[in-house]
Design a protein around this ligand. Sequence first.
Ligand code: 8DG
Ligand code: MN
Ligand code: MN
Length: 377
Amino acid sequence: KTSPKPSAHVAVKSYACQRRSPLNHHNTFLTEPLEILAENAEFMENEGRNIAFRRSASVLKALPRVVRRMEDLKNLPCLGGHSLRVIKEILEDGASQEVETTKQSEQFQAMKALTGVFGVGVKSADRWFREGLRNPSDLIRTGQKLNHTQQAGVRYYNDLNKPVTKKEAEAISDMVGKAVRAVLPGAILTLTGGFRRGKEVGHDVDFLITHPEEGAEEGMMPKVLKWLEDQGLLLYQKTTRNSYLESRDGPERAPHHMDRFERCFSIFKLEQTKECSGTTAGAAGMSEQQSGPSWRAVRVDLVVSPYSQFAYATLGWTGSKLFERDLRRWAGQERGMSLSNHALYDSKRHHYLHASSEEEIFTHLGLEYIPPSERNA
Ligand code: 8DG
Ligand code: MN
Ligand code: MN
């Protein structure tokens, strides 16, 4: 068995959906700094720059080994001048000045803290930053007007910024599974998002619900929520009604990839085991009990999909965000098709393509199948 020559270059495809991106890769020392710059661009509402840094980082995630010299990057797609300068600096000096300055900057830190509040987007955070506010306590102290989501976001700030573990995701999965089956026997619950891609921790837990009998899933969401509420498991919920059919002939309000399933952003109350609550007692800082809280708050996303759209919904809700973005871009630019979380439309032949599995969707798109664990682009 011969090891590859140092000069051997790996071919990396330019769309994230053409590549295998495992969860654990070899170039975190480069991707993390690049993603700091991407996040900062997001805070500045510079979408072009945000996506450019995200793409650079993503390409490096697909490499089979550590990048040691600039020559290792020859022929790689998506690496712009700015990203290359940052990478060069890290390879030569161990760190990038721009990245370090960004991380230290008052604006970056404030934007991070403020957008870290559930329900607060870049626009509100930026407005508050310009008014001199720096963190969630400043919002309370200065009596800012907050909507219900943001009020819950502030109330559960510490818990919601504590990573959700796989174990906790499984416990929530059991609860939601019970609710779903109690409300509608035969209903199917799928874990989507980062946990489906094999992540060990996440910022929330994402679920997709359906039923093999088309139409049986209609009206499920309120019933599931009532069941959970009655068990005392819900701290907050906000449902948005399915508007896929209603808004078809109306003006497009959301970009075509935004989906219109019945969905719910919620916060669950998760009872903690003794070992867990004990160690985090001090950190939570919100408990009135001296022994530490017996529960924690966890963000949960619930989506209900008709069975006929389930494969598309599963693909759309599994992520990663860049993988999804490139799937839609591939469909449009390379195949003349339009992909959403509901369907795939062939714009040349003027028809929808049915799929009952994710594999079929990749086939429709002329892509090699990439399993969830390798969609960590
Ligand atoms: P994380 O929670 O562990 O941080 O990672 P994640 O699970 O990959 O991120 P997520 O924010 O929970 O989003 C999961 C997927 O859901 C994402 O890849 C794309 C999909 N998704 C939609 N619509 C929306 C939406 O309106 N908001 C969010 N956040 N995600 C959406 O299809
Ligand atoms: Mn998630
Ligand atoms: Mn989510």
